[in-house]
Write a protein that binds this ligand. Structure first.
Ligand code: ATP
Ligand code: ATP
Ligand code: MG
Ligand code: MG
Lengths: 225, 225
């Protein structure tokens, strides 16, 4: 359902060029659970932002469920993001003046869902944060903010979940609870791509992609090992 | 050099109370390297903020280098923070409209240091970010922002370094480089307290403190093992 062909992303700063992605190709079929690992600055978040329709490549092609994403308008991209993709940001991107519950509810308001508040509370329960519903982000611990970001990504029941370092601020036990949650979603057919730097987390995924300097240098199905 | 006695921190939200710290006592002698681990929400960052003179406890006593911190004015606390303590924040706290180099330089400007720019560049080199000096935070990867926060904490040559999840966004190799840097500082006599959820990182520290529900439930010197 995800097909990337020779993706390039270049940032220009004055007369300098940063090649964040330097020719990335890969495909993920529906229901696959993939980990992406690689050094800091190797292009993982840049790749995730393009897959998540949050950013456009400098060149290359992205086919999502058979359609060429590059011909979509910004409005069409926003609709795809809202309907099909759940994105857990590396830096959470929570709205500072809304409560945790309001943050989780937000994606449902776009689709005029009638039971948004109830579904948001249920998502908060899935990440064990029921009793922090009315705290604002600055009244939450780092790992609690991270879990609010995860709950928000799941509340629309997306078919694709993209998680950028979802356990970076979580103790091992809470991190395992989140991975269990991701496994449950995967068993229901959700396609997952998880960026992580922790080998224990990557080990939960059958397929592991390694990035370096804007390129994919390895792409292994660990069940073949 | 750090002595905490029965620290309590209570947040009041309407008629509800959150006991973030529930009677914490411990002491660290000069030159000690301590890891603090514990579940998400157990009070680690709250404790670090009090040790770092960024926050005051609801009750309890904090003696820093023999002086009672609770009698200090806000200005005196700011001076201690600037002169003696380097703090790596869990969420980095970088100024978004300044470059990485300017962010690292900032603590030196308070003390009217004459070679601030040079020292800032040298700190950037220590975390391998020389070639990102003129990027702003939103032009950096998550792990690059984290390393800018680390460089900023070290640029004043503090005697105490408090690092809250300093490797949460770093790949294993970069994380090990940062721990090596911390070890080098420790060998020069710097006192370090590192909050981490990664057992590999905690293993670098001779002393490990475990927190749960606002209390210290274990405090071990691993060299006694
Ligand atoms: N301003 C605040 N108002 C109300 N509650 C707060 C506030 N700040 C923190 N808390 C609560 O205090 C508790 C401890 O928070 P703290 O940030 O110290 O946890 P932590 O151990 O650092 O967690 P993590 O590993 O997730 O970063 C949490 O349950 C949090 O929700
Ligand atoms: N807006 C931008 N302008 C210039 N350079 C950028 C910009 N955004 C990212 N970069 C650079 O692109 C490279 C890739 O960034 P990216 O965020 O994809 O890395 P990453 O693999 O996610 O790293 P990390 O593991 O540290 O999160 C980095 O070297 C970064 O400095
Ligand atoms: Mg990243
Ligand atoms: Mg914390």
């Amino acid at each position: 359902c995800i097909e990337l062909h020779e993706l390039v992303k270049i940032y220009r700063m004055g007369d300098q060029e940063v090649h964040a992605l330097d020719g990335v190709s890969f495909s993920a079929i529906k229901g696959e659970m993939t980990a992406i690992i690689g050094a800091s600055g190797s292009g993982k978040s840049t790749l995730m932002n393009i897959i998540g329709c949050l950013d456009r490549p400098t060149s290359g092609r992205y086919m999502l469920d058979g359609e060429d994403v590059s011909v979509f308008s910004d409005n069409q991209l926003a609709r795809i993001r809202n309907k099909r993709i759940g994105f857990v940001f590396q830096n959470f991107n929570l709205l500072p003046r809304n409560t945790a519950l309001e943050n989780v509810e937000m994606p449902l308001l776009y689709s005029a869902s009638h039971n948004a508040r109830h579904r948001a509370m249920e998502a908060m329960e899935r990440v064990n944060l029921r009793d922090r519903a009315h705290h604002e982000p600055n009244q939450l611990s780092g790992g609690q903010r991270q879990r609010v970001a995860i709950a928000r990504a799941l509340v629309t029941n997306p078919t694709i979940v993209l998680a950028d370092e979802p356990t970076g601020n979580l103790d091992s036990r809470t991190g395992n609870e989140i991975m269990q949650l991701f496994h449950d979603l995967n068993e229901q057919g959700v396609t997952l791509i998880i960026v992580t730097h922790e080998p224990d987390i990557a080990a939960h995924c059958r397929r592991i992609i390694i990035m370096r300097d804007g390129q994919i240098i390895d792409d292994k199905d660990t069940s073949d090992a």
